[in-house]
Design a binder for this molecule. Structure first.
Ligand code: NDP
Length: 327
């Protein structure tokens, strides 16, 4: 038995509880891990509250990412005592995840802990930070450089947004954040953003094309926000779209694409191929100012997960939420 959050669904309904979990709940995998830290991402909030159809197999341990120590391994690439990091691959959705003392995963999903980070720092980054890195890599791949002009980051006080702002600033970009929480403006500026715009400026239906401003953009919100971001991109600007915090629709026009040559780059961290995963962690080691991680993360224990998951979905939390599995 081990302690963790278990999501169950039966005739009485959907429930998430902290309880003692039987090992039989763990699925197949060739590496068993003693989890040290996990985190709360937006997707974990949806899974724990049941507000989104994230969990597709029951009972399920939520937690899409984790860092921990190998306890048992039938995989030649990992030995007992190794510290490993996991994000994505349907873990916490169809395969038991990180919000518990123990996880059993496939070795091919794991990444060795990058030397630049402690286990705690790796989870302060977690899925959200990894996704922010993939977004930055997409902007670069499509040719956006710091000399091209300002880069916009929506949901800037959230997990993906906070790490995206930090990364871009460290790489020399001029970054403008968008936030719906004026009380977090100083925080976003302390990460290095030059300006913070009010969320409402992006939430009305978008014109097909509007005054151009952004050389690049990272959007975690979707819906009208994404449409407004696209219509205000500069000629040949690039938008990395990774989130749906404001909605899954895209009520936009093709005008920015066919008149300004704007590129819309889709970002998925879950099934991201291993070579790009390893590259992204290497880039995080090099390009993220690790001293900012403390500022952009807060820590909770297993018993605090359920109430905080609700706050996360209501947009009330700042940056990244680390979960110390030992308390
Ligand atoms: P957080 O909850 O930490 O951050 C989301 C931020 O979006 C909030 O802090 C808030 O920022 C803003 N926001 C929330 N609701 C709204 C709204 N209705 N309209 C406009 N802005 C809003 O979540 P994460 O950073 O972990 O994830 C962000 C998004 O990215 C989620 O949709 C998540 O599912 C997605 N995601 C996708 C991944 C992928 O692989 N594609 C991987 C990881 C995340 P502020 O208060 O500053 O306005």
């Amino acid at each position: 038995m081990f302690k963790g959050i278990l999501i169950e669904k039966d005739d009485t309904g959907y429930s998430a509880q902290l309880k003692e979990i039987d090992e039989s709940v763990l699925h197949d995998g060739d590496v068993t891990i003693r989890v040290a830290y996990s985190t709360l991402n937006y997707k974990d909030g949806l899974a724990i509250t049941g507000k989104g159809p994230v969990v597709r197999r029951f009972p399920m341990v939520p937690g899409i990412d984790l860092v921990g120590t190998v306890e048992h391994s039938d995989n030649a690439d990992y030995k007992v005592g190794d510290t490993v990091v996991h994000t994505g691959w349907g873990v916490g959705e169809v395969h038991p995840g990180g919000l518990a003392e123990k996880a059993r995963l496939k070795g091919e999903w794991l990444v060795p802990l990058p030397e630049a980070f402690t286990p705690k720092q790796a989870m302060a980054i977690g899925t959200a930070g990894f996704t922010a890195m993939l977004c930055v890599m997409a902007l670069e791949r499509h040719g956006v450089t710091p000399d091209d002009g300002e880069v916009l980051v929506t949901g800037a006080a959230g997990g993906v947004g906070s790490v995206a702002v930090s990364l871009l600033v460290n790489l020399g970009y001029t970054v403008v954040g968008v936030s719906g929480r004026p009380e977090e403006n100083d925080y976003i500026k302390s990460l290095g953003a030059s300006e913070v715009l009010e969320r409402s400026a992006f939430s009305s239906p978008a014109k097909p094309i509007a005054r151009e401003r952004w050389a690049g953009a990272i959007d975690v919100v979707g819906s009208h926000t994404l449409a407004n971001v696209c219509s205000t991109m500069k000629y040949r600007g690039v938008v990395a779209s990774c989130g749906l915090a404001g909605g899954m629709d895209f009520p936009g026009s093709v005008a920015p694409f066919i008149l300004r040559g704007v590129t819309l780059a889709g970002i998925d961290s879950v099934m991201c191929p291993r070579p790009e995963r390893l590259e992204a962690w290497q880039r995080l080691s090099r390009d993220l100012d690790a001293s900012k991680l403390e500022m952009l993360s807060s820590e909770i224990g297993l018993s605090e997960i359920i109430p905080v998951a609700g706050d996360l979905l209501e947009g009330k939390v700042r940056g990244r939420i680390l979960v110390d599995i030992s308390r």
